[in-house]
Design a protein around this ligand. Sequence first.
Ligand code: CA
Length: 252
Amino acid sequence: MRLEAYVRTDTGPVRENNEDNFLVDEDGGLFVVADGMGGHAAGEVASRVAVDTIRELLEEGPSPEETRLDRSVQDPADELRERLRYAMNQASYRIRKEAQANPQYSGMGTTLCVLLVEADQAHLAHVGDSRVYLIRDGQIFRLTRDHTVVQQEIDAGRLTPEMARQVPHRNYLTQSVGYHGPVEPDTSTRPLLPGDVFLLCSDGLTDPLDDQAIAGICERTDLADLAETLVHEALKAGGEDNVTVVVVGVRG
Ligand code: CA
């Protein structure tokens, strides 16, 4: 399978800094979005450390043997997900270290979502509320479950997804890389099909646009224009946050 990727990021109309970071490596099959948080530009630092750590450990990295938490893992897909978990925890550790060394960065953290393609499989890992979607056969599937308070309330039946989009605490995370020490990423593996399109995005996209709106834009937009169009539509819909979209198309 051949991958064709596009990325677009925008600071948005309100903020001074873009605290989102990303990685797009078509040859390595590695794609990352991180949405940092913390005052005094600390969010930028947190998301950059996270992206750099993922790149280092999964690309230039030490041996797979070293980069996993559970050494009893045998299955290759299990092993890759273990490496993703390890790399995200290592990112968390490095961000905390940076914050301890620089008091102005105290309390910084970041979301982190990673797509790693190997052979004909997609491995995903995420912490926080940056999301991964799959568009397949004209349908959109959300592959990640937000680590947010409102997602817990939706799961418990106390909020509907529609209500959750309106409440003031909708962005409160239940875990983030760096701010929380050890993290427990959700991970998954799924087979790729030619024509699949993956979207990795920060909440600057999904706050102003719901899944249906995103699906509609995907349906009528060419792959090469999709990242730019989604960012444009998010800002047009009133988005004020930093917004980042990575689009990965799978060719046969
Ligand atoms: Ca954000």
